[in-house]
Design a protein around this ligand. Structure first.
Ligand code: ATP
Ligand code: MG
Ligand code: FE
Length: 340
């Protein structure tokens, strides 16, 4: 089964041909980061404009790179939410137009299910699995009962982890998106500031990062007022240590409760080297460690291959979309019945 997938939920326009939900035959990612960096974040109007400019061209590229024609494609997949409505609609309309013109069936994919399904492109997933989804807009612990039934068991009460990285990056003068640079700086500094680890001991799987963000910003402003210069490497290391401590503590606790066969990380922040090392280390030390599946760095951020992977699971269950498919900007995975 060969799926052509579209992703355009935020600031990356991407197309990909994925075979059997696990083999990438082609992947094209057109990033708009430079256009948004000077505004310090994604500007929705600018995003939509860029998506529409490249989508036809990168659709041809994905087919050509895979050595395919439309005849070789069994389904067309597209992200329908969550994300920016105008950005989502560009991908949705491209996918619908292609489906209508060729008669190839359409599959609608949840972007977050896509991020988590990126694991399939790295290794086989045994179920039940547990995922730590950490991205620009989401920080969730997700239980995967099977390849298409995902439930949230932990969530952030305020900022997402990626969002916190981007906001503190701004204070340090790092361009959006700041995560990768802060991660690099963190490896050159020490945890000297001891920032708060909110909710770390609470008996649930939820997170809160706004207090950490405020503590960080206050520390920087206070030093500014006193005319002190703080070490940016130590600041980055201290911030990252707080984020990773909380993510690791909550995730390990969830693994102990749910006993998954596989642990997966997904989303842009899953590219964080400090977090990847820490999770591997802590899981290795468990009495019954699940298999650890970390997508390669380039599949952590937004890309269409992850959408093709998730779509394959829906294809096998006959879950197709109609040509009346619409964007759902605030789409959310369901919460588990025991979520408090
Ligand atoms: P969502 O997927 O929640 O809808 P999004 O698509 O904008 O949001 P992604 O593209 O998955 O999010 O991830 C982007 C985020 O990942 C940014 O906040 C960026 O700073 C962060 N990020 C990227 N690399 C790293 C890294 N090495 N360490 C920490 N954060 C990182
Ligand atoms: Mg992005
Ligand atoms: Fe994303």
């Amino acid at each position: 089964i060969r799926i052509l997938a579209f992703e355009s939920s935020c600031d990356e326009t991407s197309t990909s041909v994925v075979k059997n939900g696990s083999e990438i035959e082609s992947l094209v990612v057109a990033t708009q980061i430079k256009s948004h960096a000077r505004f310090g974040g994604v500007v929705p109007e600018v995003a939509s404009r860029h998506h529409i400019e490249v989508i036809t061209q990168i659709t041809r590229e994905a087919l050509a790179e895979a050595g395919c024609t439309w005849q070789d494609i069994d389904a067309i997949a597209v992200t329908y939410g969550p994300g920016l409505v105008g950005a989502l609609l560009i991908g949705i309309n491209a996918a619908k137009a292609a489906s209508m013109a060729t008669g190839i069936p359409l599959i609608a994919v949840d972007h977050i299910m896509g991020h988590i399904s990126a694991g399939q492109l790295a290794d086989t997933i045994a179920y039940p699995a547990l995922a730590l989804q950490v991205s620009g807009g989401h920080t969730e612990i997700v239980l995967l009962k099977d390849p298409t039934h995902f439930e949230i068991v932990g969530d952030t009460r305020d900022d997402a982890a990626g969002e916190a990285y981007d906001k503190i990056g701004r204070v340090l003068g790092v361009n959006y998106p700041a995560g990768k640079t802060i991660d690099q700086w963190a490896h050159q500094g020490k945890d000297t500031f001891n920032f708060p680890r909110a909710m770390i001991d609470e008996d649930n799987y939820d997170f809160s990062f706004s207090g950490l963000k405020s503590a960080f910003i206050n520390t920087c402003h206070h030093a500014d007022q006193l005319g002190q210069k703080l070490d940016k490497y130590d600041l980055a290391a201290s911030f990252q240590a707080a984020v990773v401590d909380v993510l690791a503590a909550k995730t390990i606790r969830a693994i102990k409760q749910y006993q998954p066969k596989t642990f997966i990380m997904g989303g842009g922040v899953a590219a964080n080297l400090g977090l990847r090392e820490r999770m591997e280390e802590e899981i290795k030390n468990l009495a019954q460690p699940p298999k650890v599946v970390l997508p390669p760095l380039k599949l952590c951020g937004d890309n269409a291959a992850m959408i093709g992977a998730a779509a394959y699971n829906l294809y096998k269950e006959g879950k197709f979309a109609g040509l009346d498919l619409d964007a759902d900007p605030s789409l959310e995975l369901p919460y588990a019945a025991d979520y408090q």
